[in-house]
Design a protein around this ligand. Sequence first.
Ligand SMILES: Cc1cc2nc3c(=O)[nH]c(=O)nc-3n(C[C@H](O)[C@H](O)[C@H](O)COP(=O)(O)OP(=O)(O)OC[C@H]3O[C@@H](n4cnc5c(N)ncnc54)[C@H](O)[C@@H]3O)c2cc1C
Length: 493
Amino acid sequence: MTRTALVLGDQLSRDNPALEGADRVVLITSRALLARPGLHRQRAHLVLSGMRHLAEELREDGRVEVEQRTEDRLLDGVDALDGDVVCAYPTSWTMLEALQERGVELTPAPQFLTSPEAFERWAGGRRSLKMEDFYREQRRRLEVLVDDAGEPAGGTWNLDADNRRPPPKAGLDAPEPWRPTEDAIDEEVRHDLDRSGIAFWGKDAPRGFAVTPEEGTSALRSFVQGRLAGFGPWQDAMVDGERTLFHSNLSVPMNLGVLEPMRAVRAAERAYLRDDAPLQSVEGFVRQIVGWREYVWGMYWLRATQWPRRNAMGAREPLPQAYREGDSGWRCLDETVRSVRETGYAHHIERLMVLGTIGLTSGIRPWELVRWFARGFVDGAEWVMAPNAAGMALYADGGEMMTKPYAAGGNYVNRMSQHCPSCRFDPKKRTGEDACPLTALYWDFLDRHRDDLAGNRRIAMPLRSLAKIPDDELDAIRARARRARKELRGTAA
Ligand SMILES: Cc1cc2nc3c(=O)[nH]c(=O)nc-3n(C[C@H](O)[C@H](O)[C@H](O)COP(=O)(O)OP(=O)(O)OC[C@H]3O[C@@H](n4cnc5c(N)ncnc54)[C@H](O)[C@@H]3O)c2cc1C
């Protein structure tokens, strides 16, 4: 019987176990997936380019028959396959169910280091599911930055206290990230997308991220040589005109499956052992991958069916216009949305402390923000967005992932970015014409949730400050927060 390897768009690893022993490989382009509202044009380009590069490579190799199909729905293409079908573990719950219903044989997902079952065993019976505990076990299990006794290099597991530096006024002047050179496949992809008739969100631009293993290697090398050393101290900084700063730009190749996470981790570890990068940067980077990335993958599956309904803070606002148009008049938000439209990228702190925090304090419905993130970013996907946006940023899980909501006012953005001096609002003010909407929304959020958060010791101090605000000032804060929501929706007069 024919054995068909079905390769989905984010399973492009050349070591995909589904390819072993296959007579043919099938890659299906789904028109419906491309036409989902809000999908970033550059995201569509990256996935199609990655799939077509893999298909070309397999054809040149000549050992297996390769078939590329375009269907209205991906599952139409799966239904049309005869014989045995094998596929790597998919990255969404709905796809898993659909493949299981069709009797598709599943192999482990090559893009990750921890299976959903292993994560479930780690989580089983624990009272706390915090990332830090998982991360330490991962370091020991994978033998990363540990000595022979399993103790952490440098004597400390987490060196974040040495990081989180605000940016200097003059900016940071980080080396430019590696960018690929487009080829004939990219030209063909651009032509097809131009002719598709789909109204994508986000601009087209020369492809900016790696989609093949060779490109993934180049992007990794450039990061380790040029930016890893600065990763730790500057990972939370936001600087005008410097989008990537010292971040790695590696989420795209890792999520597409063309850069193995462990290669990135070992490359960083070697840089530390050679004294090419300080431990605070290497540990910080390693934590993002063996810690956060794997933890988020595990948390997605642990709560797979629950994520779409989770809304512990009772958020009711629809996704506001400002997240599509960048027209709120708030500099930090508009600049970040503009960057996402232009490049499909914003770094972690812009995602968490600008887009996420405003979503939390203004009360955007979690699943709407998850969808916006998952479609609007070059590295977006449900598995990574549900825990990050709903869990980490919006506290929709009621604190399963985070010990407190990531709520903050304009002062945080002022300290960590260059946005505020050229914004018309004052981050220190929470009432009045020039009051910063983030600051007003922050106090309004605490006010609306003071009972829900009363038992949380980590938020006790701000709640004590809230209790001292006089009633008339609190009314003015509420009014400013109401106007802020209108500004987000584009309905403020
Ligand atoms: C609200 C929100 C939305 C996010 N959406 C996405 C997304 O759609 N896709 C995505 O891959 N990541 C997402 N992240 C996680 C993280 O912000 C991105 O992985 C990172 O910004 C990608 O840029 P980089 O490759 O330069 O990362 P770096 O800052 O250089 O980090 C190195 C790598 O660590 C991994 N990583 C770091 N933090 C996380 C995390 N919290 N979850 C998963 N992986 C992590 C990524 O693979 C990343 O490439 C999101 C985080 C938040 C708070």
